[in-house]
Design a binder for this molecule. Sequence first.
Ligand code: ZN
Length: 220
Amino acid sequence: MLYPWQRDDWHRLTALRDRLPHALLLHGQQGIGKRDLALHFAQGLLCESALPDGQPCNTCSACHWFGQGNHPDFTVVRPEALEAGAGEAEGDGESSSKKKAPSKIIRMEQVRALIEAVGVGTHRAGLRVVVVYPLDALQTEGANALLKTLEEPPPSTVFLLVTDRIDRVLPTILSRCRQFSMTRPTGADALDWLRGQGVADVEAQLALAGGAPLTALHAA
Ligand SMILES: [Zn+2]
């Protein structure tokens, strides 16, 4: 989804579509919706009848698959702890109490699976899109493996890498990406949006969250 403060970012992103870089690094403050923007852009790239401004139509089969999380040319790589439903089974009897807590890092086997997936070409006629978040959850080995892929990018593949810790990203990876700095919402935009979400005492919540509306919503 697109937040009200992301209109300019969206137009800047859409303007890149004519000459899309192999890898885009979306970075900026935590809690301003970078991941959601990356996913929306990914859906727009895969959509079979995108709107004139590049937004996905939400009705074509590609959008349908994307919404179901099973578009064959879309891959998302994130720590287990950020998977939908992670932690839901907590305290659910003896067997799950023995389970390890969901991982907060991106494991090497996830990177291997990604590299294998991008190596087989696309299933549909268009692009393959990969979203990795947060990029700084990669460990050294995984980062080096990803770097190799970025150095010899597979055809018709776009990597959308997301981080709020650009200082933790390997300089060699940075050099392979087009950096895309995301705009912070203005205080007025953030407050309006939080009020619309039914958050009480919005000024205080937003101040506590350092101006990041999604952080404020999560805390509220
Ligand atoms: Zn569509």
